[in-house]
Design a protein around this ligand. Structure first.
Ligand code: MN
Length: 231
């Protein structure tokens, strides 16, 4: 039996609709600028050559329905409502036509972002980690198996305190699910447990302590999050 110097990190998991078994998270990849209207509101253009990515630490996973304390180091903490892809099979250098075989399922997710620190990173040509890899910032609703969901035309939306802030359809994504999986598999040996957040539509904005966020994608389990006071 292996001895550890201290208790090893816990396995981070996401619930699955209709399953008692949990989806264990391996890595979290995130696609940047995958909706033209959001890229425009941030003052950017979509790169039509290829998607680009950043990552979050797997321990950033937070189950839907929880309270997330307003994080340290920011005064501009933003929501980004996104479709999450859950990978359920190995994929390395897979063509677009075969990419869907690696998809286990889908879920509603939030990519919570310290926008001021992300902007600072962009302005100074530094990495985005402080802006994006925020503790508790990968909020995940229960996953739905791929066989029970079709991406086509589904509405993606988010409200803050009952007021709609983001409202688009998944058809607005610049890069489709199979295109993202195939492209990412050029760089990584994707394996079961990997999660990909596919980018956010227009309408991102700040939250404050006490705000209640409700997100949905038609056909998937809805998501909620409450922002708590600064710790
Ligand atoms: Mn995002």
């Amino acid at each position: 039996m292996t001895d550890y110097l201290f208790a090893p990190p816990k396995v981070n998991t996401v619930a699955v609709v209709g399953e008692t078994a949990l989806f264990p998270v391996h890595r979290i990849f995130c696609v940047g600028r995958n909706y033209a209207a959001h890229a425009a509101e941030m003052g950017n253009e979509v790169d039509r050559e290829a998607p680009f990515y950043f990552t979050k630490t797997p321990s950033a996973v937070l189950a839907s329905g929880q309270v997330l304390p307003y994080p340290p180091g920011t005064s501009d903490f933003h929501y980004e409502m996104e479709l999450a892809i859950a990978i359920g099979a190995e994929a390395f250098r897979v063509p677009v036509a075969d990419a869907m075989a690696a998809v286990y399922g889908y879920g509603c997710a939030l990519d919570m972002t310290r926008r001021d620190l992300q902007k600072k990173g962009k302005d100074r040509r530094r990495p985005w980690d402080l802006g994006k890899d925020v503790e508790g910032s990968a909020v995940m609703a229960p996953l739905t198996r791929a066989s029970d969901f079709a991406v086509d035309g589904r509405r993606i939306h988010l409200s803050v305190n009952g007021e709609t802030r983001q409202d688009a359809t998944l058809d607005d994504m610049v890069w489709s699910v199979p295109e993202i999986v195939a492209d990412l598999s050029k760089f990584y040996h994707l394996r079961p447990g990997d999660i990909i957040l596919t980018g956010t539509p227009a309408g991102v904005g700040p939250v404050v302590a006490g705000d209640r966020l409700d997100g949905g994608i038609t056909g998937l389990s809805p998501l909620s999050l409450t922002i708590g006071p600064t710790q």
